[in-house]
Design a protein around this ligand. Structure first.
Ligand SMILES: [Zn+2]
Length: 383
């Protein structure tokens, strides 16, 4: 990469609006001068080997990280992989920075802006180390603030924020029909549905009366029971013939096992390999916000922790909207009139680098540290 032209005629520019690189010689860079706008999304493109990574990571990021290091407590520096000092004459206007390694693989249904950029990890660390805990509550780990981990997820909704239930209305949309007329729409079609109906006949339930006229007790058992009795089935017999056959202990067509409608729907939804069956089951399920976590996806202990008055539900918000509002006041609260900062301003650096794929040499050197330095409340007060 060879670039010239930033040197002349730009001196009158507002220096704070640009990162000025002069004489970059890292790897294959040949004395590159370049001015890069600040507060903007900047992308380097070019053919393989043209020096994109050498400029972005070998030079800019290396210098930014070096400056970031200077603001970090010595004990925390060992947690971060150091990139090294770049070969460059001068870089002006560059803020301290950390790099975010690009995530590979297919994002799952629980992926979000926060998880893909690892911003969520930083936020969880913030709540863990600097959050305000209720009295007598033990300190939680960062993982306790993730709805995607077993120890952080709300135990009721398993971290989804929603619970799915089936109701009489969802499973029996037309209660003027009898069971024989397929009042229980949620039951399987074809033979399996007929099998369940025949089992009800053996069990003595009325399958020819409109659903709404059946006793409440019978309706509730048929829909909601978890019992699975196995009984003789007389295929093709009328209810009267079935009763007679049972009295005379005739050999049945087969032994059939009952499954209540709710159990059938939830079991099918959870276990079927067929997308069609899953979709059919979902038609009878009603989603609502989880009553335990109120849709916030975290366990109660994690939700009780706050930071700057904002609940830790921010950790599981897929769009991370409160992050800036939560953290910014802490970062500016360093003036004399303001209360002492809870964390030092080096916690969230002002710039981020998005690394190229891990297969590239440069990116492998700028892996995101597992833990960022973060001063706890107590440590800051001592300082
Ligand atoms: Zn929940």
């Amino acid at each position: 990469m060879k670039a010239r032209g930033g040197q002349h005629g730009h001196d009158e520019r507002d220096l704070s609006a640009f990162v000025r690189v002069r004489g970059a010689r890292e790897h294959n860079l040949k004395d590159v001068d370049v001015d890069i706008p600040r507060d903007a999304l900047v992308v380097f493109t070019g053919v393989s080997g043209s020096g994109k990574s050498s400029l972005a990571f070998g030079t800019l990021y290396a210098e930014a990280q070096r400056r970031y290091f200077e603001s970090v407590a010595p004990y925390a520096r060992r947690l971060i992989d150091q990139v090294g000092v770049p070969a460059v004459d001068a870089i002006d206007g560059l803020p301290p920075a950390v790099a975010l390694q690009q995530q590979r693989g297919t994002p799952g249904t629980r992926s979000s802006v926060g998880s893909v950029t690892t911003l969520s990890s930083l936020l969880r660390m913030l709540y863990s180390r600097a959050g305000h805990y209720p009295p007598h509550q033990a300190m939680l780990f960062a993982e306790d603030f993730s709805p995607n981990t077993a120890q952080g997820a709300c135990p009721t909704c398993h971290g989804l924020g929603h619970v799915y239930e089936v109701t009489e209305q969802s499973m029996v949309p037309d209660d003027s029909l009898s069971i024989r007329e397929r009042a229980i729409a949620a039951w399987p079609p074809a033979w399996q549905g007929q099998n369940l109906r025949d089992i009800l006949v053996t069990l003595g339930y009325d399958v020819d009366t409109p659903w709404r006229d059946l006793p409440r007790k019978d309706r509730d058992w048929i829909l909601f029971t978890d019992e699975q009795p196995t009984v003789p089935v007389y295929a093709g017999f009328t209810p009267a013939e079935t009763r007679a056959a049972l009295r005379r202990k005739l050999a049945p067509s087969y032994q059939g096992t009952f499954m209540g409608a709710r159990r059938y729907v939830l079991h099918t939804f959870a276990t079927t390999q067929s997308a069609l069956m899953k979709k059919r089951a979902s038609r009878y399920m009603v989603g609502s916000a989880c009553p335990n976590c109120d849709g916030k996806r975290l366990k109660p202990e994690a939700l009780s922790v706050t930071f700057a008055g904002t609940g830790s539900a921010a950790c599981s918000d897929p769009d991370l909207p409160p992050t800036r509002n939560t953290v910014a006041p802490m970062l500016t609260a360093t003036s004399a009139s303001a209360p002492p900062p809870i964390i030092s301003s080096d916690f969230l650096p002002p710039a981020f680098f998005l690394a190229s794929p891990p297969s590239s040499r440069s990116a492998s050197r700028v892996a995101m540290p597992d833990s960022l330095p973060c001063k706890s409340q107590a440590e800051t007060k001592q300082a």
